[in-house]
Structure formats: C-alpha cells, structure tokens
Design a protein around this ligand. Structure first.
Ligand SMILES: [Zn+2]
Length: 363
C-alpha cells in the first residue's frame, strides 16, 4: 500500500471513532464545514481552529499539518476484517490511532537515536513458505538458544522495534504492527493495554512474525504468524518431551508448563495439537473443557509480567539528558500536555525487568 497524505483533522477524528457529523456536533459547526475543512476546501479560520482544538483535544499547530502516513502494509487488520465482525468505523479508528502513534513516536525521537543491540532483518515468505523455519533462523540470529524465552518484549525492543501499549478497546484486535518499506523508519507494534502476560507474549511473537515475514496483506498471514509465534516461544524439539503423552484433563501439568514456557494453557494445547501429540478429538475435548471452566477469557497460572520500556526511556532521555519539560515533550509528540500525560505518563512505572536500550544523540 502506498503512502498517502491525509488531513490531520481526519486522522484525529477517526482516532476518536467519530464520523464527520459527530465531530461537527462536538465542535458546534455543520458537517459540511468539517467535510470541506478535511479536504482543504475551506480555510481554517481562528474560530474554526479553536472549536476543533477543543473537540479533538489537540495542539492548534498540528491541525495545519498534512502528515504523510505509511500504508498499513503489515497489519492484522486486513485479514481480521474479513473474518470478524469488526466494523469499518472500528477499523478506521485503529488505523488512525496507529498512524497518530507513529507520528507521536517519530516526534519523540527528535534528537534521540536508539541504537538497537540486535539486528532485525526481514525474512519474507510466500504462501507455501514455512514460518517455523523463520522462527528457527531468528532464534539462531539472536542467539536465543532453544529453551524458554525470558522477557520477549525486552528482546524485541532491543532489536529496535518500538512497542507501545494503548487501549485498542476492541475485542479480537490485540495488536497492529507497521514497518514502512523505507528502512530508515522504525518498526512499531501497537499492543492493546491490559493483556494477560502470556497473551501479551504470544501477541508480540505473532506481530514479530508479521514484521519479519509479511509485506503485503494475504489470507494465509494469520496462520503463518501463529505458527511462527508457536515455534519461536516453544521450539518443537524442546517442548515435545514436555508435552509427550499429554492426556485430556491434565491441567496441572499444563499449568507447570505454562510457567516454564510463558505460554497460555490454550496455546500449549494448540502446540500439542500442531505437533501431533494429541488427536483431533483430544484437541476438541480440551477446548470444550477450557470453555466450561471459563479459561478462554481468564486462565489461572503465573507468567512473569513484561512491560515495554523504550517509550519510558525515550521520555526519560528528553527529561534528564535534554532537560525538556513535559510540555516540551508533549509538543514533540504532537499532543496537548494533558493528553500526553494521560496517555503516556499515566501509568508508566519503571519495569523491573528493564533491558536498557542505548540512546545516543541523533546526528
Ligand atoms: Zn496477525
């Protein structure tokens, strides 16, 4: 998908999930005015600007911008659209949120150059390609050994992928990834806030699969990304002995494996099925039991919490090294100070398992 110019007003409006009529009501103008402002057919007078700034909660200066947003080439959205009940409006909201988050991150990287400790190399595959091979190659390239991966999020961030948690507020959409073709632009994952740690890990592994393997959307990509994630988190040769002889209902054993591998019981059952350790019938029975116990939505078992830290470190660098105030940083982010505090400073505790990224001055 080609890069496209889009009006900032449109982007901000869609990120709120509003249509033109709704924005018009919030801003106290007519829908025709919004429509013409968005196409640039009408001048943004100070009055209109003030009304929009209030309605959209944005700094006045960014309304004049015409951001070029990269096409969401790599994204779960494209396949899920067909498979799920996601409305066009929800999809546009998530796309707009993704674009805005990218613009915010690009702004926040002003004067700061993260220096990834691992190299990220695209490893595209076609329809018949084997995503498990991609996962094996990556484990080797990143020297991850063949056991459980601790702090997957930190590892992904150390490869220069920016992971941002924000509420996507829609079931069935855990994350979106983008990596514009232009290699100088960073890869980014937007992950919905509040996922259980095991689900976050699988989601991040899945998105990593998309970033590595996929360029243009295709119907087989969800399945490929899931296979990649399964093999990355639990390589077949390593987990096979752990799952050998698994019988339906052995949940205690699965709980132990959940802690060991940092994978949900649901994902472990799927792994056992993919590795042909359990039969079709067992797989169905297992899933029925999961449903009956209500474990599809909330599983027992402990997996260490992983928290993305790149954003926090970038913000800290602006504060501590560049001596910027929150207002300055919000300006770089293209957000109001209030909005910035709410979205990005609200609850950003220093994660315990922080993997320091090297932040150098940009040249
Ligand atoms: Zn996906």
């Amino acid at each position: 998908m080609a890069d496209a110019a889009i009006s900032m007003i449109t982007l901000l409006r869609e990120a709120k999930g509003w249509n033109q009529t709704e924005l018009a009501r919030e801003a106290g103008v007519s829908q025709a005015v919004i429509s013409r402002l968005e196409t640039g057919a009408l001048e943004l007078t100070p009055d209109r600007r003030d009304a929009l700034v209030k309605a959209l909660d944005c700094p006045p200066e960014i309304l004049e911008e015409q951001p070029t947003v990269p096409g969401l080439a790599i994204s779960c959205l494209h396949h899920r659209r067909r498979a799920s009940t996601m409305t066009v409006r929800t999809m546009r909201r998530i796309e707009a949120l993704t674009h805005l988050t990218r613009l915010t991150m690009e702004g926040l990287l002003t004067g700061i150059a993260p220096q990834p400790q691992r190299t990220l190399v695209r490893d595209p595959i076609d329809l018949d390609g084997d995503p498990r091979e991609v996962a094996r190659r990556l484990r080797e390239r990143w020297d991850l050994g063949d056991g459980p991966i601790r702090n997957l999020v930190g590892i992904v961030e150390s490869a220069g992928i920016i992971v941002i948690e924000r509420p996507l507020s829609t079931p069935g959409q855990d994350a979106v990834s983008t990596w514009p073709g232009d290699q100088s632009r960073f890869p980014m994952m937007l992950v919905t806030k509040g996922l259980a740690p095991d689900r976050l890990r699988f989601t991040v592994a899945h998105e990593l699969g998309h970033l590595l393997m996929h360029d243009i959307p295709g119907p087989e990509q969800e399945d490929q990304a899931n296979k990649f994630a399964g093999e990355l988190l639990a390589p077949a040769d390593s987990i096979r002995p752990d799952l050998a002889g698994l019988r339906t209902g052995e949940f205690r054993r699965l709980l132990t494996l959940k802690e060991k591998w940092g994978m949900s019981i649901g994902a472990l059952i799927r792994r056992a099925y993919d590795l042909e350790i359990i039969t079709d019938r067992q797989y169905r029975e297992f899933n029925m039991r999961l449903g009956q116990m209500g474990w599809r939505n909330s599983e027992p078992g402990d997996v260490a919490v992983e928290t993305p830290s790149t954003l926090t470190q970038i913000i800290n660098a602006h504060k501590n090294i560049r001596h910027q105030s929150v207002a300055d940083i919000a300006r770089l982010a293209g957000m109001t100070e209030d909005g910035f505090r709410r979205h990005y400073l609200g609850e950003n505790p220093q994660p315990e398992n922080l993997v320091p990224i090297t932040l150098g001055a940009a040249t």
